[in-house]
Write a protein that binds this ligand. Structure first.
Ligand code: ZN
Length: 98
């Protein structure tokens, strides 16, 4: 099944070109999140927190910035690295579009 989503496995270097990435895997980040072209918010390659998994290997999809923010805070609480910048951007967007 082709969801149109980019391949974004940890360690991969295929990044979506026409999407907004909030943060990417790196030494300061254990998560890679971006907004897909259909407007959904994706936590790439993620199976954390038992959320819905629309397509194995791609990750979790959230319908609002607030939902993704909550998910990232759960990552952080579990000891995963999440860049503050990404949290701030999502918090700001959640205020504008709850
Ligand atoms: Zn996640």
């Amino acid at each position: 099944m082709d969801t149109g989503w980019p391949l974004c496995q940890r360690g991969g270097d295929e990044y979506p070109e026409r999407s907004v990435a909030y943060c990417r895997f790196g030494k300061d980040s254990d998560v890679y999140v971006f907004q897909a072209e259909d407007g959904s918010y994706i936590c790439c390659g993620c199976d954390f927190d038992g959320g819905p998994v629309p397509n194995e290997g791609y990750g979790l999809a959230f319908s609002s910035p607030g939902q993704l923010l909550k998910h990232l805070l759960a990552h952080q609480a579990a000891g995963h690295q999440v860049p503050e910048k990404a949290l701030e951007r999502l918090a700001e967007e959640a205020r504008l579009r709850p």
